[in-house]
Ligand binder design. Structure first.
Ligand code: NDP
Length: 329
C-alpha cells in the first residue's frame, strides 16, 4: 500500500511512519501547509514526494493518513474521499460531531475504508482485559475507572494548550481515547454523563484537566480522569465486577507497556498479554479491511461515537448539567 501523509506531525514522525513501513507499506508523499516544511519533513524521513497541494498529491497513493491539527481533518478527509482514497484519520475526527458524521458518511457513500486511529484498542493489554470480561472472569461488570492524567511533554505544549480553534484541550485530546476504551471494553455506549473540568497549570483558554462519570445501559458506571498536568500520576484502568476485579496498570500508553492483575476469590493472578506495537496492529487491520477482510480496529463510526461522548463531557462540565449522549442521534 502507498501512503500519503497529510500533516508533518509528531505522531507521524514518532510512530506512524515506522508502523506503515513495518507492515511493508510505502510512505510516498507528505503534505504540509508550507512546502518548505513538507520538504524538510520528507528529507528527514526519507519520503520521496512532498508539497503543500493536497489535491495534486492524492494521485501518488492509495491511502491517506491525516494527522494535521484537528480543525483541518474534515476538509482533508473529504478531499481524499472524493479522490477515492482510503483514509486513516487521527482522533478527534473533527471539530464537531456533525462534521465527523459528514466525513464518515462520505466515505461510506464512496465505498472507501475510513478508520479512526484509536490505538489503545489495538494494544495487547486492552484486548486481554476485554477477553477477561467477555470470558466472564469478573462476573457482571459494575464499574470501570480510567486513569489517564499525564504530563504533556514540552514539545507537545503548543496548540493543545493554547488554541481552541485548532481543537485544543484535554477533552478532545484524551477523553475521546477514554470513550473509545470504555466502548471497546464494555461493548456498550455511554448514555449519560456528568463532568467537571479545569485549567490546572497548562491550559490557556482551554481545559487541561477533566473528570467525568458516565452511566452505561447495563447499569455499569464509568469514571474517566484525564489531564495534561500530572507528572507522576501514572495511568491505568480498573474493571470491577461481581466476581472479580481487573487492575491494568500503566496501560494508557502509546507503547506496549504495563501489567494486568486479576483479583478474585481465588486470589491474585498476573495476566500476560501480547506486547505487539499498537500502531502497527492498527495499520495491519486497516490494510486487511482495504483487502475486504474484516473491519479496521476502530472505524469511522467509532470515531464519531468517541467524539460524541467527549463533547457531551465538555458540555456537562461547561453547564454543570447532566448530558444525554446521543450516539447515532
Ligand atoms: P503536531 O503539533 O506535532 O502536528 C500537527 C501539525 O502542526 C502538523 O501537521 C504541522 O502542520 C504543525 N507542526 C508540527 N510541528 C511543527 C513545527 N515544528 N513547526 C511548524 N508547524 C508544525 O501534532 P501531533 O502529532 O501531536 O498531533 C497531530 C494529530 O494527531 C492530532 O489530531 C492529534 O490529536 C493526533 N494524535 C493522535 C495520537 C494517537 O495516539 N492516536 C497521538 C498524538 C496525536 P503542517 O503539516 O501543516 O506543517
Amino acid at each position: 500500500m502507498r501512503w500519503i501523509l497529510v500533516g508533518a506531525s509528531t505522531i507521524a514522525a514518532e510512530h506512524m511512519i515506522g508502523a506503515f513501513r513495518g507492515q511493508g507499506h510505502a510512505v510516498v508523499h507528505v503534505v504540509s501547509t508550507t512546502a518548505a516544511r513538507a520538504a524538510e519533513f520528507a528529507a528527514t524521513h526519507g519520503i520521496a514526494g512532498s508539497g503543500d497541494d493536497l489535491t495534486a498529491a492524492l494521485a501518488a497513493g492509495d491511502a491517506v493518513y491525516i494527522s494535521s491539527t484537528n480543525e483541518k481533518h474534515r476538509a482533508q478527509a473529504l478531499a481524499a474521499i472524493a479522490a477515492g482514497k482510503h483514509v486513516l484519520c487521527e482522533k478527534p475526527l473533527a471539530m464537531s460531531v456533525a462534521e465527523a458524521r459528514e466525513m464518515v458518511e462520505a466515505a461510506d457513500a464512496a465505498g472507501v475504508v475510513f478508520a479512526t486511529n484509536h490505538h489503545l484498542r489495538c494494544s495487547g493489554s486492552h484486548r486481554k482485559v476485554r477477553e477477561l470480561i467477555e470470558g466472564g472472569r469478573i462476573g457482571r461488570v459494575l464499574s470501570l475507572r480510567i486513569f489517564h492524567a499525564v504530563h504533556l511533554p514540552p514539545h507537545l505544549q503548543g496548540w493543545r494548550i493554547t488554541d481552541p480553534g485548532a481543537g485544543g484541550g484535554v477533552i478532545p485530546d484524551i477523553t475521546v481515547h477514554n470513550a473509545d476504551v470504555a466502548r471497546f471494553l464494555l461493548g456498550e455506549d455511554p448514555q449519560e454523563v456528568v463532568a467537571q473540568m479545569a485549567a490546572s497549570g497548562l491550559g490557556q483558554g482551554v481545559e487541561d484537566s477533566a473528570m467525568s462519570i458516565w452511566s452505561m445501559p447495563s447499569g455499569a458506571m464509568v469514571f474517566s480522569h484525564e489531564s495534561f498536568t500530572h507528572p507522576f500520576a501514572g495511568s491505568g484502568l480498573e474493571v470491577h465486577g461481581t466476581e472479580g476485579s481487573i487492575f491494568a496498570r500503566g496501560v494508557m500508553t502509546q507503547r506496549p507497556l504495563g501489567e494486568i492483575e486479576l483479583v478474585s476469590a481465588a486470589g491474585r493472578e498476573a495476566i500476560p498479554f501480547s506486547e505487539h506495537n499498537l500502531y502497527s496492529m492498527g495499520v495491519a487491520e486497516f490494510a486487511s479491511a482495504v483487502e475486504g477482510k474484516g473491519r479496521p480496529a476502530a472505524d469511522g463510526w467509532d470515531g464519531v461515537a468517541s467524539l460524541t461522548v467527549a463533547f457531551a463531557v465538555r458540555e456537562a462540565a461547561r453547564t454543570g448539567v447532566k448530558q444525554a449522549v446521543k450516539i447515532g442521534g
